[in-house]
Design a protein around this ligand. Sequence first.
Ligand code: APR
Length: 242
Amino acid sequence: MDRLKATDRIVILTGAGISKESGLDTFRDTDGIWAQYDLEDVATPQGFARNPALVLDFYNARRSGLLDPAVQPNAAHAALARLEREWPGEVLLVTQNIDDLHERGGSTNLIHMHGELMKARCLDTGRAIDWREDITTDTPSPMTGRPGRLRPHVVWFGEMPLEMDRIYTALAECSLFLSIGTSGTVYPAAGFVQEASLHGAYAVELNMEPSAGHTLFDEAICGQATKLVPAFVDRLLALAAM
Ligand code: APR
């Protein structure tokens, strides 16, 4: 990593682990969301077709959880925003998270590859708009006025993640790939480390425990995101200052 130049590009992938210390549950930890719900029921197009009210309620609960004033960006979100501001080269943040803590923490060059909880999408027009209220099977779409035609703007299992062309171009061009707070079990995100490494990037993982693909990284550092990420950003910005 010492060979990194200040003008080099950095791509960062984040997952639920970065928001855990802000009070949001991860998916696959023992107390995670998929221990409480069956993902086939609440996170697939088939589940939505079978029981839209159940799916809408699941995301209504998560949206109101995110709107809880106690849920705020933490030191890891803030450190990534600082890196974007102070690193001379481009920093692209790709998040699997549907929460808005990265943008509230100050990041602007950001792709939500799995969508955004604070948006709703019209099933008829495909348009997504900012949305903070509950959605029910009676909620009229603001685009068409038709009830029952709004869904959360989130990517479910079996659907194509967003902005994949832009992400793969950035992975091919980056010199550092950083993966933070993700178990590395869900593709295509889990394959990003191989894609970046194939094109010559140095790859670093910061996670509470070794992820499924930790051996694919040049460095894998274990610990809490709020501790590891600020320290790693300091290390990078010290390199840029050399
Ligand atoms: N700091 C760093 N890492 C942490 C912390 C923390 N405070 N707390 C938990 N972690 C780690 C866990 O050890 C785990 O490896 O974060 C990881 C979270 O993994 P998952 O729960 O699988 O979340 P994620 O990888 O984001 O899931 C990917 O799966 O269900 C889908 O669409 C959903 O975007 C999500 C995708």
